[in-house]
Design a protein around this ligand. Structure first.
Ligand code: AHR
Length: 329
């Protein structure tokens, strides 16, 4: 199988050299040629470096590739879909064995995915899904159930506020507009809190999954709304940014404003253990080992499940105190 592919690979080396300039334009790229030592070559396009979660995810993928003996070509798209499309096209030109990517947004992938399919290169979606109707454009999805994360957050809030009298005003910091985790977490949370009419989302805006975005949007929320009871942030980093805005406004995070976030990275868990956050739904970034396993299987032409979901949990303040000492990321 691999011998039959050698001539195509040789052309790939030339293409890689010719395309080195355009790869550099895609961000922090590792350019290079084929895995001449017989290694599987995996081209991976990462969303960016917007959060602690993302850094842990990148580290997991790089480490796992080394351990699995897979040659990884890595590109950081800096949160831009056009950079991801460029990177994927570049991987197609290089004739890598497998392409994987974490799509920054859900829509707009059909053309480039069809190009990969036509080139005979299997594609694995990791972390975030696409909304393509044609499921044959990719082999599998590996990641979290984001709707469930939103729902668990909403269910915890219902229980936490069951004795509250009067309206409970919620502000929501959404992730990157159009991304699967922003769409799905919003949906899951809204569906869950619909069971209690006193829980009302009074403002909802994107903070782009960054600390700076979380801080800036929370400042606006605090200026516009004198009574905010709850913050639901789609990730820890936006919640951590919002803490600064809340403190600067003279309020006590975790007491005056109940704070729910998603991810459970170390900094988020520390804020939870310190009483500044109140609840976190976990989203695991440690996808590297499973991704390498899948890359080997799809390269070998083996059947893989269409969707593989990560096992995750939730944390209260007490649980965070217990878990923190052993938290890996
Ligand atoms: O797609 C996963 C999300 O992206 C994480 O929750 C967030 O922190 C990251 O930026």
């Amino acid at each position: 199988m691999r011998n039959m592919r050698m001539p195509r690979r040789a052309i790939g080396v030339v293409a890689a050299v010719l395309l080195a300039g355009s790869v550099a334009a895609c961000g922090n790229s590792d350019t290079g040629g084929e895995g001449g030592d017989g290694k599987i070559v995996l081209g991976f396009s990462q969303v960016g470096a917007e959060s602690g979660w993302r850094t842990a995810n990148t580290n997991s993928i790089k480490e796992a590739a080394g351990e699995a003996g897979i040659e990884l070509k890595f590109d950081d798209a800096q949160q831009k879909q056009e950079n991801q499309i460029k990177a994927i096209r570049n991987y197609i030109q290089q004739k890598v064995d497998v392409i994987a990517f974490s799509p920054v947004v859900e829509s707009g992938w059909d053309t480039v995915l069809k190009e990969a399919k036509d080139a005979g290169i299997p594609v694995i979606l990791t972390d975030r899904a696409v909304d393509s109707a044609d499921k044959s454009l990719y082999k599998t999805f590996l990641g979290s159930d984001f709707v469930k994360e939103g729902r668990l957050s909403g269910e915890w809030l219902i229980e936490n506020k069951k004795d509250a009298t009067g309206d409970v005003n919620i502000v929501e910091l959404q992730g990157t507009t159009g991304s699967a985790p922003a769409n799905d977490r919003k949906k899951g949370f809204a569906e869950a809190i619909a069971a209690d009419p006193k829980l009302k989302v009074i403002a909802s805006q994107s903070g782009d999954f960054t600390r700076a975005g979380g801080k800036q949007v929370m400042e606006q929320f605090l200026k516009a709304h004198p009574k905010i009871d709850v913050l639901f942030a789609h990730n820890d980093d936006m919640g951590l940014g919002a803490l600064e805005a809340i403190t600067a406004a003279g309020k006590v995070p975790g007491q005056d404003i109940t704070i729910i976030t998603i991810d459970a990275v170390k900094d988020g868990m520390q804020a939870l253990a310190d009483g500044k956050f109140n609840f976190i739904a976990e989203c695991s970034p440690l996808l590297g080992p499973q991704l390498m396993d899948l890359a080997k299987k799809v390269h070998a032409g083996e059947e893989v499940p269409a969707r593989i979901e990560t096992e995750e949990t939730t944390f209260t303040q007490e649980q965070a105190k217990e878990a923190l000492p052993n938290r890996k990321y």
